[in-house]
Design a protein around this ligand. Structure first.
Ligand code: ZN
Length: 501
């Protein structure tokens, strides 16, 4: 066996263990009996410890060192070159983190999440503030151990959006903020409000399940290689080249939750199913970044699933399946209702336009917390101030303010911007797909989604990690990442609905 084959075998075995961990995690969040929690935590900790041990094996370091100067590594974008480059990157990053810091971070995040649950329930930020201080201290240490090109936040962002720079993300997100704030303001001032009561009419769960599965299948999620199950906090988990699990939750008096949630997770699933199976467990067959993953879910959820054309095809089916909900509702009312924009306090319930402002608030605050410019005690005030500034509303309580998300308590710092990057990538990719394929809306209105899906698979899924996200965007769209396509998309859709110029 050649050295490269040896490397691939070792990496595939680590991926095999990770897929077992993923299956354990999926089960924990869907079907596991509650009493099994403690032993499940032991199982998962054991498996992830094994993965870490294998991925930091000194022999792996030697192989990677040798292979890095071999002809196989000459082209960094070839499958072999990307494999060597990305495995080396992962190896070196893992080796830079002292075991003690990793353990301290794990402990702080377990305690942080427990404290967060209590603090949120009691609306008691003061009891959670020391955890914020501790977690940000540890993450600052992590950034120092890893090193960074410009800003300590670069090192944290890199875990979720490899190779992205804080300064570049900040530039594109502040440009987006400066366009969105007046757009949202103009929508409020229009005084127009969509007939959103349609959305809270009764829709039986079983009919929602059937409809959701039909829609997911229509856009291209393959149920022979995946499943849809129920959970509290929907997610998508890949656990093998032909096994992708998506999840949703049902609300009988608010159907958009399950339907758009299913389209979103199916979008993630279509990406996983579009990866090259012969490279499963290796960088060319692995998703590129969280932002790129999110671009796929947002594209199917928002750019396709909330488009007029999509509903020209699906609305008659919706009316037939949910006669009670569709009673007297015109197509135009329905389309407006699912695209209604209104500033709200809770990120996960936000509409397509205001959602990004929720993210920008978090992105700006976590940088300030990391550098120490913002003290944890002052977080609620800073949070409320930004909400007033960007969304024109302020939370009446911290439970609906800075305590609403689990991320920081779980040491997921640097994660939030990937949600907005996903929206930006999605809009830019979609424009490129329309330029190349043409007539997408017409295809959607006939229930044809395969051309877009194949385009995404060819241009994005099958690339795996052979390019960075920034390179991929340039290759696929001919332009660097920009806020402009998303703003064009939102303006184009919302201006007619709200009578804006
Ligand atoms: Zn997602």
């Amino acid at each position: 066996m050649s050295l490269f084959e040896q490397l691939c075998t070792q990496a595939r075995q680590s991926a095999l263990l990770e897929s077992i961990e993923s299956l354990l995690g999926w089960d924990e969040r869907t079907y596991m009996p509650t009493a099994a929690g403690e032993y499940r935590a032991e199982q998962m900790t054991f498996v992830s410890g094994e993965v870490h041990r294998r991925r930091t094996d000194p022999r792996l370091g030697e192989w990677l060192h040798e292979l890095s100067s071999s002809p196989l590594a000459a082209d960094p974008h070839s499958d072999e070159g990307a494999t060597i480059r990305q495995l080396r990157r992962d190896y070196e990053k893992r080796c830079k983190l002292p075991q003690l810091l990793v353990e301290e971070l794990t402990r702080a995040s377990v305690l942080g999440q427990q404290a967060w649950v209590k603090a949120r329930a009691a609306d008691d930020y003061a009891s959670f503030a020391p955890h914020i201080t501790k977690l940000y201290d540890l993450k600052r240490q992590q950034a120092e151990c890893l090193g960074y090109p410009e800003h300590p936040y670069d090192a944290l962002l890199d875990d979720y959006e490899p190779d992205a720079r804080t300064s570049e993300v900040a530039a594109v997100l502040s440009a987006l903020r400066d366009e969105l704030t007046p757009l949202v303001q103009a929508i409020i001032e229009s005084g127009r409000r969509a007939p959103v009561e349609i959305l809270s009419r009764h829709c039986p769960q079983s009919a929602q399940e059937t409809f959701g599965k039909r829609a997911a299948s229509a856009i291209g999620f393959d149920f022979e290689r995946g499943r849809l199950d129920i959970t509290h906090h929907p997610f998508c988990a890949g656990m093998g080249p032909h096994d992708c699990r998506i999840t949703t939750r049902y609300d009988e008096t608010f159907f958009p939750s399950a339907l758009f949630g299913t389209l979103h997770e199916a979008g993630h699933g279509i990406y996983d199913q579009g990866l090259r199976t012969d490279w499963f467990g290796l960088p060319p067959g692995t998703y590129l970044s969280l932002g790129i993953h999110e671009s796929q879910s947002r594209m199917w959820e928002n750019l396709v699933g909330r488009s007029r054309a999509f509903w020209e095809h699906f609305f008659p089916q919706f009316a037939a399946d949910f006669p009670e909900a569709a009673l007297g509702a015109s197509f135009d009312d329905f389309y407006w209702a699912i695209n209604h924009v209104e500033p709200s306090l809770i990120r996960v319930e936000a509409d397509e336009a205001t959602y990004n402002l929720h993210i920008i608030v978090r992105f700006e605050l976590e940088q300030a917390l990391l550098t120490g410019d913002l003290k944890s005690a002052d977080l609620p005030t800073a949070w409320n101030e930004k909400y007033r500034q960007y969304l024109g509303i302020a939370p009446p309580s911290d439970a609906d303010g800075c305590l609403q998300d689990i991320h920081w308590s779980a040491a997921l710092i640097g994660y939030f911007p990937t949600y907005s990057l996903g929206n930006l990538y999605a809009a830019q990719f979609f424009e490129a797909a329309e330029r190349e394929l043409g007539g997408l809306a017409d295809q959607f209105s006939h229930g044809e989604f395969a051309p877009l899906k194949s385009w995404l698979q060819r241009n994005i899924h099958e690339v795996g990690q052979c390019y960075t996200a920034a390179q991929l965007v340039e290759r696929v769209t001919g332009q660097p990442l920009s806020h402009a396509p998303l703003v064009r998309h939102l303006r184009g859709k919302l201006a007619p609905l709200y009578g804006l110029k």
